[in-house]
Write a protein that binds this ligand. Sequence first.
Ligand SMILES: C[S@@+](CC[C@H](N)C(=O)[O-])C[C@H]1O[C@@H](n2cnc3c(N)ncnc32)[C@H](O)[C@@H]1O
Length: 217
Amino acid sequence: MKNNPYIEVIQNDPHILQIPEKIYSQKGKWEEFFGNKNEVYLEIWTWLGHFFSLESSEHLDKNFIGMEIKFKRLFKTAEKSRNAGTKNFILLKDFGQNIDKIFEKNEVSRTYIFFPDPWDNKDRQKKHKLLQKDFIVKLFEITKNQWEFFFKTDHKKYFEDVLEIIKEIWLWSPQFISYDYEKDSEKFTKTKITEFESMFRWDKLKIHYAEFKKIDK
Ligand SMILES: C[S@@+](CC[C@H](N)C(=O)[O-])C[C@H]1O[C@@H](n2cnc3c(N)ncnc32)[C@H](O)[C@@H]1O
């Protein structure tokens, strides 16, 4: 870990925040941080930033926030996004589970969660699984009324578990659900493919995709 050159590199990167106090002190103040009132679009698990840089450079009128826990991946994502011409973006070195410490109620408009690890091998690993009931409720809290989250996975059981939670808590209304969304050509041509999606498609796996809208309470 000590030899990882990216630890130092990201300390000086203007598009990466890694100190928890600095990240959490922005809660409720993201408009101030970005200096505008644009919608906040959040991606959790940005990996090497292929999707993040493409999506953010196509939506220059939005404020993009990415979350990832690995130094090199954060740096690569920042670099790609700058090269793609994205202006309003910041990457946070933090766990997706901490969204309630980072965002105030109704502060986020759209969240992308693509191919999170299912962590289903061992019971003791289950705590790492992101899309569990408490997280989905937290996501509801930080999301603006009538806004949304998008979820993709190749893992059928994970997909079904999430659909089950959504049904049970009745906070999100499904807008689109597909167990093989490539068959929905309109949706397929509109969405951008992440690194993991490319790998899974190469292996001919079906991609499950859902979009959920926050129910007005
Ligand atoms: C399966 S990959 C993500 C795939 C990427 N979204 C894609 O579709 O190509 C998982 C990534 O999430 C990061 N990660 C793992 N646990 C995380 C967590 N709790 N919060 C944020 N990022 C996490 C890992 O470092 C890794 O880069």
